[in-house]
Ligand binder design. Structure first.
Ligand SMILES: [Zn+2]
Length: 68
């Protein structure tokens, strides 16, 4: 793990939040392999979307490609 900012927007994390890449509500595991650091705005915006869909709408295709 080498992130120092939000997984989605690369912004600073004033409070460390961990977001489920695959939401628990969609069958994701509650394990570190399914968790990424996310800032509050991104975590709130993403809601229960799978990370692959959420990131697709942003401009960081390489970030998810490495993780996926
Ligand atoms: Zn963010």
């Amino acid at each position: 793990m080498g992130w120092f900012g939000c997984f989605y927007c690369d912004g600073p994390l004033t409070v460390m939040e961990l977001d489920h890449v695959i939401p628990l509500s969609r069958g994701g595991a509650d394990a570190t392999s399914n968790l990424v650091p996310a800032c509050s705005p991104c975590n709130g915006t993403k809601s229960n979307q799978p990370a692959s869909l959420f990131v697709h709408d942003q401009t960081q295709p390489t970030a998810i490609a490495v993780r996926a």
